[in-house]
Write a protein that binds this ligand. Structure first.
Ligand code: 5AD
Ligand code: SF4
Length: 448
């Protein structure tokens, strides 16, 4: 880390492009912090940059193909500017198969690193500059969390905070346990200190990140659970909203459900990925809960907080999914009435158990089911949003519309996006907005 302090590259410019989830977005904020400590300055001009880093995602094949396509395009940039450093990192790089492809076919890449050694970036850049050769540095797994790196956060008023890393669940479709290693929780002292500092610098909303926040604390020496952490964060002055991502249905506790009634800063939203409504498919996915236990938890949560918004992730076309299994997913969606959902076509990830399952669902069938699911979610989303018409809701103002600077956007505590007119001086504040128009997955209103 000492090398980060050596401001050796004073006027150099960098670009970081991020693919995938919030975890990756936050890793990129850490990468930006490291680079700026080295003296690099952010640019969006590819012709003038000295360094390009792609922080990649491996969850679906389409995301990987996109990055490889982009790397192909950069061959030309590298020809025009041989001093340009091209680095790739993130989940894709934790796959040997991908490293083999990059080192053999994408020789324009100078530095390859993974998800567990971001803090080594200054050393890797120096090594490349000194040797001129391609530097590959991958750490399989780590039992230590480097607490010395900070993040160059995109917003002052809302921040991501890692509470844990890795995943132990091995859902049979998922590559994450192979790319992010085993689960490890951060020391609560460090988390609280980080959020305390953020709050002192104007942060109002924190989003706690972990692959399964419900198992937070399992690797700590003393007994300290996710609801304990929520309670301690709720006590931090200045913090007004607490969100978290992601929660595994098998581990949701009554203690967490009760937190919704007890903690005034906990946002009125739960993202609870169901993946499928069929018990047979849930079993094949190794999800370790049933449709019934999922529905039972939803009922308990709604008893605690009747107007909570519930969102989910659903995979369409998992190997062996029949028409009947898919109909069970549609029925579950109708029963829960999700406010919105991230929907995914099942993507084969080599090395995961599901990749070698027989009965892969044909693409045409997957796509047709996907369209039916989206139509249903749109219909339910609109009906749920209609309930908000004429209501006055507090909104944390996040930014302006890229095409129309007079249109602001922000989020309700239920996580819904609202568009309204107003001055950009409102950004970062919580304002009351009266909802006067609703769409499938967004709202419109006026500041009152
Ligand atoms: N194919 C499609 N979707 C996937 N997800 C994870 N792995 C796959 C895959 N192989 C989805 C899950 C998870 C979300 C982050 O990505 O729904 O919850
Ligand atoms: Fe992947 Fe399952 Fe872990 Fe989520 S809980 S990251 S879906 S293995």
């Amino acid at each position: 880390m000492n090398q980060i302090k050596n401001k050796t590259n004073k006027s150099k410019k960098y670009i970081v492009e991020t693919y995938g989830c919030q975890m990756n977005e936050h890793d990129s904020e850490k990468i930006s912090w490291i680079l700026e400590e080295m003296g690099y300055v952010l640019t969006d001009d590819i012709k003038k940059t000295d360094l390009i880093i792609y922080n990649t995602c491996a969850v679906r094949k389409s995301a990987e193909d996109k990055v490889l396509g982009k790397l192909g395009e950069l061959k030309q940039e590298k020809r025009e500017n041989p001093d340009l450093i091209l680095a790739v990192c993130g989940c894709m790089m934790q796959r040997q198969e991908i490293i083999d492809i990059i080192t053999s076919k994408y020789k324009q890449v100078d530095i390859i690193f993974g998800t567990n050694n971001i803090q080594k970036l200054p050393q890797l850049i120096n090594n490349h500059l000194m040797t001129g050769s391609t530097i590959t540095d991958i750490v399989e797994d780590t039992r230590e969390i480097d607490e010395s790196i900070d993040a160059n956060r995109k917003y002052e008023f809302k921040s991501y905070v890692n509470i844990m890393h890795g995943c132990n669940n091995f859902c049979t479709y998922c590559i994450v346990p192979y790319t992010r290693g085993r689960e490890i929780s951060r020391d609560p002292k460090n988390i609280i200190e980080e959020i305390d500092n953020l709050a002192k610098n104007g942060c109002k909303e924190v989003t706690l990140l972990g692959q399964n926040v419900n198992s937070y604390g399992n690797t700590l020496d003393k007994k300290y659970t996710f609801p304990n952490l929520l309670k301690d964060i709720n006590d931090i002055e200045g913090i007004e909203r607490i969100r978290f991502m992601t929660s595994h249905p098998k581990d949701i506790s009554d203690e967490l459900i009760n937190s919704y009634g007890r903690l005034d800063k906990l946002c009125n939203h739960l993202h609870l990925p169901v993946q499928s409504g069929s018990n047979r498919i849930l079993k094949l996915m190794n999800r370790k809960y049933t449709r019934e236990s999922y529905l039972n938890n939803i009922e308990k949560i709604r008893n605690e907080k009747p107007d909570i918004s519930i969102t989910t992730d659903i995979i369409v076309g998992f190997p062996g999914e029949t028409e009947e299994d898919f109909n069970e997913t549609l029925e579950l969606v109708k029963e829960v009435r999700f406010d919105s959902a991230y929907t995914f076509l099942y993507s084969i990830r080599e090395g995961t158990p599901a990749a070698s399952m027989q009965e892969q669902v044909p693409n045409k069938v997957k796509h047709a089911r996907f369209q039916r699911l989206i139509a249903l979610l749109r219909e339910i989303g609109l009906k749920e949003n209609e309930e908000l018409l004429n209501q006055i809701v507090p909104i944390l103002v996040e930014g302006t519309d890229t095409n129309n600077k007079n249109t602001l956007n922000g989020k309700t505590t239920t996580g819904k996006i609202v568009y309204f007119k107003g001055s950009d001086r409102l950004i970062g504040n919580i304002v009351n907005v009266k909802i006067n128009n609703v769409k499938n997955f967004s709202l419109e209103g006026i500041v009152i």
